[in-house]
Design a protein around this ligand. Structure first.
Ligand code: BES
Ligand code: ZN
Length: 597
């Protein structure tokens, strides 16, 4: 299917062909239909230069009703067979000299890039909600497009929604037109973005200003809480600018989504999407905001060319996130972040297997769904390679390198090989010194992985190691611990404890009442692995409400691993799964199906 002599496919996850015309700008008219769970769309693709001949687009679940060229003439098109990962290739046959092409289409209710929520799934319970999640390859379920990070587009959008709902996008707002029972929101995105950064959300939304260039959007019931939680965002932006150069996207706004949002955060430019589980009530989870903000440089300015180079996005961003935390909270806080990240990395490596090619940084993903390749490896292993380079070059030289890197590749998409060539040019020998080849092309974690020393982290690990011998922290001690310290301690405890010890643990830390989901879920994972019944109602409650995959995986995993609680896992999943995002549903099904019924 992917063979041919004249074709030049540039991304294993896209039908886009760089020998064909390339889209430069999108004009979207989207009508959001909650009854039919579909978007009726008109998409105008403006080409980089007048051109003719075949132009291949990505589509998935998209129904095309008409395609016309600049002058209004009909354009012949042909939809290829459905590939389970890629969807269907839409080949347009453009007449010579085509400047733009208009596609009329509608989406499928099953579009994986869109989740349609019933009113009961929102905080307010009165209005439906819609949000998109396009990374890595789901923009094609919302708009027919060249859905590869290799290409970038600017866009204009007009989104019609039922009143009194509001729409937000990964773009600048440029007006609202009130209609009869409808509202049309206008958007302009002047900076070029890869299509995975297209984003839309529609719901009953309110906003609160946090600074002249930052505001948070949320459902009315959560807006105040969100404004309080993220009040420190301007300080973060200022610190990040100090580290990585001017913030280039004008505004930094955030949207707090309903709890089914499958990720912690998504770096949609000008409108970071966030899970409501960050609203801990004590600002203890703002590292996720630091992370999404950091993508404004490492990711949205310099993007990975394809998912095979995803570590360039996430590895650099985890590294940048911890530099921001260090600048705000000091070195100790950053080191705790590194220590906490170790567990996720080890679990991802164990899940795939030590020798798995998916534990390499530079991956080969022909025929592999990027959502299946997703793990903490590109994040935590990737970030550790960046630290190794930073330590080898010395911080001043590394920061100077990074500034040049950002300048050289801004608004571009690059491969690992291009990164290495630039590194060699600017910091000759650094890659060889750290044995970058092993990091990139060999599975597992290399022996020269950086060590993060912290007396605090070591003391907490030592204390946790004493648990089986009856060593317990006193309640005074516990009371003074930060959320990160508590999390690190919990991470180091045994995964299965006798009931009395579960009770003692819960009581000592007040774990079941935690608003911090990292702590709550770490505890509930231990409780599930311990078959500790008093925690089951809380486990049910969390699994029924929250769709964040990071939390579903360990909780269902712990329940499903032992025979006694396996049927409970299945029962909870059967009830909750209709409310989950399709991505979350797939992850949980995979976790449960690993075990016999
Ligand atoms: N871009 C990712 C989320 C993502 C990755 C969505 C791949 C779809 C495909 C985002 O920046 C991210 O990494 N989120 C993390 C935050 C954490 C590392 C602080 C998350 O959701 O947990
Ligand atoms: Zn990220």
């Amino acid at each position: 299917m992917r063979k041919g002599t004249s074709m030049a496919l540039v991304d294993p996850h896209s039908y886009a062909d760089d020998t064909q015309p390339v889209t430069k700008h999108l004009r979207l008219h989207l009508a959001v239909d909650f009854e039919r769970k579909r978007i009726d769309g008109r998409a105008v693709l403006e080409l980089a230069a007048p051109a003719g001949g075949p132009m291949d687009l990505d589509t998935k679940g998209i129904t095309i009703s008409a395609v016309t060229a600049s002058g209004g003439g009909e354009v012949l098109f042909d939809l290829g067979p459905e590939d389970p990962i890629l969807g269907r290739r839409l080949r347009l046959k453009l007449p010579p000299g085509t400047k733009e092409v208009l596609l009329r289409y509608h989406t499928s209710p099953e579009a994986i890039g869109l989740q349609w929520l019933a009113p009961e799934q929102t905080e307010g319970k009165r209005h439906p909600f819609l949000f998109s999640q396009c990374q890595a390859i789901h923009a094609r379920t919302m708009v027919p497009c060249q859905d590869t990070a290799r290409f970038r587009v600017t866009y204009h959008a007009e989104v019609t929604v039922p009143a009194p709902l509001s729409a937000v996008m990964s773009a600048g707002p440029s007006g609202v037109i009130e209609g009869k029972g409808t509202r049309t929101f206008l958007f302009d995105m002047p900076q070029p973005i890869p299509t995975y950064l297209l984003a839309l959300a529609v719901g009953e939304l309110e906003s609160r200003d946090l600074s002249p260039r930052a505001r948070v959007w949320a459902e009315p019931a959560t807006a105040e809480k969100a404004a309080w939680e993220f009040a420190g965002v301007e300080e973060m932006i200022v610190k990040a600018e100090g580290l990585f150069g001017p913030y280039d996207w004008d505004r930094y706004d955030m949207l707090v989504l309903p709890p089914s949002f499958p990720y912690g955060g998504m770096e949609n430019p000008r409108m970071t999407f966030l899970t409501p589980t960050l609203l801990a009530g004590d600002r203890s989870l703002v590292d996720v905001v630091a992370h999404e903000l950091a993508h404004s440089w490492t990711g949205n300015l310099v993007t990975n060319a394809t998912s095979e180079h995803f570590w360039l996005n996430e590895g650099f961003t985890v590294w940048a996130e911890r530099r921001i935390l260090e600048a705000i909270h000091g070195e100790e806080a950053a080191v705790l972040g590194w220590a906490i990240g170790e567990k996720a990395l080890a679990e991802s490596i164990a899940r795939f297997g030590e020798g798995s090619p998916l534990t390499k940084l530079r991956t080969h993903l022909q025929g592999v769904d990027p959502d299946d390749a997703f793990s903490s490896v590109p994040y935590e292993k990737g970030a550790r390679l960046v630290v190794l380079l930073e330590r080898t070059a010395g911080r001043a030289a590394w920061d100077a390198f990074l500034a040049e890197y950002m300048k050289r590749f801004r608004f571009q998409s690059i491969t690992t090989e291009e990164f290495l060539a630039f590194l060699e040019e600017k910091l000759p020998g650094a890659a060889a010194t750290v044995n970058a080849d092993a990091w990139l092309h060999e599975p597992g974690l290399p022996a020269n992985a950086p060590v993060f020393r912290s007396e605090r982290a070591e003391a907490l690990a030592a204390l946790a190691a004493g648990w089986p011998n009856g060593v317990r922290p006193t309640s005074e001690q516990v009371g003074s611990w930060s959320a990160s310290e508590t999390l690190l301690y919990l991470q180091k405890l045994p995964r299965s404890l006798p009931a009395e010890e579960c009770a003692a643990l819960d009581a000592a830390f007040g774990l079941s009442g935690k608003g911090n989901y990292e702590l709550l879920v770490e505890w509930l994972t231990i409780a599930a692995g311990s078959d500790y019944e008093p925690a089951f109602p809380k486990i049910r409650e969390v699994l029924a409400r929250v769709g964040r995959m990071k939390y579903l995986r360990p909780l269902y995993g712990a329940l499903a691993a032992t025979e006694r609680t396996r049927s409970l896992a299945r029962e909870i999943f059967a009830a909750a799964s209709p409310t989950y995002h399709a991505l979350s549903r797939r992850v949980v099904a995979g976790v449960i199906e690993k075990y016999p019924a």
